[in-house]
Every structure is written in C-alpha cells, then in structure tokens.
Design a binder for this molecule. Structure first.
Ligand SMILES: *Cc1c(COP(=O)(O)O)cnc(C)c1O
Length: 404
C-alpha cells in the first residue's frame, strides 16, 4: 500500500483567499443590489503594454516558420533575455552579476517555493510575520517546520520575526540563528520596506552567521525612495549570502503570462559546494524552460518603449496607492506602506480584529479588503488594501469609507 507525504497533512486548512471569497459570495447573494468594490486582490488589472504585445505577436509568427521555430529553450533561459536582465537590473545599478548567474523561470512563486529543496531538511528557516504564505508552506511540505500549534498559529521549528508598527516593520535579528532567512522587500503584505543601510545589516548578519538570505524582489519596480536598494546585490558582500528572486508579474502585468528569474551567484558556496551548480542541476532536471514567446515578451520589457509603457502602469497603480493612503489618513486611519509598494497596511480602528473590520467594511461600505491576520499572527489588528484596482473604483471606495 502506498503512503502519502504526511507533511501535506500538517498544512492548516482554510486558505485565506478562499475564506474571503466565501464571505463575499454569501454577502452578494443576500444583497444583489449592492455592488462591491474589490481592493483585496493581489493581481494586476492593466493590460499588457503594446510594445510587449508586439514582441509576443512577432515571436508567435516565428514559431510558425521552420526557419525561425524554437523548441526547448536553453536550461538557464535565452541569452537575449539574460543579457537584458543583467544590463538593466544589475549593471545599470553597479551590481556585478553575470549572465550565467541568471536562471530564467516561470515566476517567483515557484522559485520561492522550490529553492528550499537545495538545502538540508535540518536547516532552520526564519520568516517575517506577517508573511507571503508560500515561504512557510513550501517548507512544511518538505518537512522542515516541526509541529503546528493552532493556538499560536506557529510552527515549532520556524523562527518568526514580527513586523509591526512597534518596530517600524523592520524585522529584528533573531536570537536563535536561522540558516535560511526569507526577506520580501518591498513587502507584501505590509507595503513597507527597509533602507539600503538596513538591508546591508542583514547581509552582514548573514555573512557573519553563515546564513543564506532568500530575497524576494517582486515589487522592486514600485520603489520610489532614493535610499532603498533595487537589488540585494547593491549591498556589499551579498554575493556570498543571497539568492534574489524576481518576477515580471507586478512590474509588467505578467501574472497570466508567467515569467521570472532567480539569481544564484557563483560566490555563494557551502564548504566548497556551489549553490549555483546545485540550482543549475535542479533547474536542468525539473524544469524545461519558460516559453520562447514569453521570453521575447520579457526582453521587450527592457526595450525603450517597453520601459516607458510599464513605467506608466506602475505610476497608475501608485497614484491609487497615494489616493488610498491620503484618503484614509484624512478619515483618521493610521496607515503604512503605499510609498514603495502597491499595498496599504492600515491599523484597524477602535481595536477591531482584522476579520471584524473585514465584515464592517464589507457590510457597511461594500468594499472588500484582506484581513491582516491571514498573513500571520502579527498581522492581527491590521488590514491590507491594494492599489491594483482602477482609479475610479479606488476613489469610489474611499468615498464610501469616508461616509462610515
Ligand atoms: C506576486 C508575488 C510574487 C510573484 O509571483 P509570480 O509567480 O512571479 O507571479 C512573488 N512574491 C510575492 C511576495 C508576491 O506578492
């Protein structure tokens, strides 16, 4: 008789977004006359920019001709894309990353879930609380997290780094030394980030303690402040302690197109074993590449027209973000984030729990957001609104909130 991977049985049920969907569906059914505004989604809404669509059309046509047809892509991704990535995301920022340190993938979710498998099961992970659930759940599946306590909502073998208004959403160095440290900056869900100087401290800490930082930079395009690093490799010494994961989902609207990349520097070693070689081996065995058409689309993200067009999209979302931030402040809310990320993290009023505020906002303003407690126990008493809606809907939601 076969046995299952028992680790999957340890995963706590009721995924946050399905719980929200159920509540929203129930409300809509009872109140069909009340149109809802959804500011809870973590998905983009603007269409793919014209320069990128054009590149995709061209690549589609190439696939229909024997002379220009493309089959399996090279293991690490096409050179044209890795070159564009290195030139624009690294060289232009003074980071010495080479093309063969880039691994093109189908997105940062899979990379952030898969990267843990090149590390020992005994390794201890540290995550921010609140956190993007993928980091923890992928380690649960691998059997790295110990026992779950439903009362504290914590795993016995995971180090949690609370990020709240009290510490300005800057995680503190854990007392017990972790082996793998997940950092998502700018952050989903809090919308906050660290300064370059603060990030440098994490790099120094990792190098000193022999830890690896798994750095999720999915929201890098939203950075507006000068003293914030666009890549962890802007920090001295990051090449010996950090893996960077990037995505085309939030900067160029590729959530349905699927493209990302991982940077594993050759200098990142463990007792003489190169993590770069391990990831190359893993990639070669378990992944057969992002589609040619999609990699051409990724290349167009870095063309002059592409850059110009996606800059406008990011600016559109960030205009929503500042409108939400400003509007909520004017109505007496305490708000965070929204400056270097498309997320607003607000303190729930009058001591409401995150879910109480969710119900309050749904029923009284017909606005849907995301309860902070869904991202971890330290998210309790907070609430996330996203800037990914339309400007009109964003303003309409704020008007409703102002009337509460
Ligand atoms: C949206 C998001 C990603 C991007 O995932 P893709 O698989 O590239 O679409 C990665 N990390 C975080 C924290 C995100 O919110």
């Amino acid at each position: 008789m076969f046995q299952i991977n028992e680790n999957y049985q340890k995963l706590p049920g009721s995924y946050l977004f399905s719980a929200i969907a159920k509540k929203v569906a129930a409300y809509s059914e009872k109140n069909p006359d009340k149109p809802l505004i959804r500011l809870g989604i973590g998905d983009v809404t603007q269409p793919i920019a014209p320069a990128i669509i054009e590149a995709m059309h061209k690549a589609v046509d190439e696939m229909g001709q024997a002379e220009t047809f493309h089959g399996y892509a090279p293991d690490l991704g096409y050179a044209f894309l890795r070159k564009a990535i290195v030139e624009n995301d690294y060289k232009a920022r003074g980071c010495e990353i080479s093309e063969d340190e880039i691994f093109v993938s189908d997105g940062a979710k899979s990379d952030s879930a898969n990267i843990q498998e090149i590390f020992a099961v005994e390794n201890k992970i540290a995550v921010c609380d609140p956190v993007y659930p993928v980091y923890v759940d992928s380690n649960v599946m691998a059997g790295r997290t110990g026992v779950y306590d439903p009362d504290t909502e914590r795993w016995s073998d995971v180090i949690y780094m609370p990020c709240t208004a009290e510490n300005n959403f800057a995680p503190e160095f854990p007392k017990a030394a972790p082996d793998l440290i997940y950092l998502c900056l700018p952050n989903n869900p809090t919308g906050t980030t660290l300064t370059k100087a603060q990030l440098q401290e994490w790099v120094d800490y990792a190098n000193k303690t022999g830890a690896v930082i798994l750095y999720d930079g999915a929201y890098e395009a939203y950075i507006s402040e000068e003293d914030v690093a666009h890549s962890i490799y802007e920090c001295k010494g990051a090449q010996t302690c950090a893996i960077e994961l990037k995505s085309f989902s939030k900067n160029a609207g590729f959530t349905g197109v699927r493209l990302g990349y991982a940077v594993v520097p050759k200098a990142l070693q463990c007792n003489g074993v190169s993590l770069h070689d391990m990831w190359a081996r893993r990639h070669g065995t378990k992944f057969n590449g992002a589609p040619y058409i999609v990699q051409r689309a990724g290349e167009a993200v870095y063309s002059p027209e592409g850059k110009e067009q996606i800059k406008k999209q990011v600016a559109y979302y960030m205009k929503n973000a500042s409108a939400i931030k400003q509007g909520l402040k004017e109505n007496g809310y305490t708000v965070f984030g929204g400056v270097n990320a498309p997320y607003i993290w607000l303190k729930t009023p009058e001591g409401m729990t995150s879910w109480e505020f969710f119900d309050f906002l749904l029923e009284r303003a017909n606005v849907v957001g995301t309860p902070g407690s869904g991202f971890g126990p330290s998210g309790e008493g907070y609430f996330r609104l996203t800037a990914f809606g339309s400007y009109e809907n964003t303003l309409a939601a704020l008007e409703r909130i102002a009337k509460l």
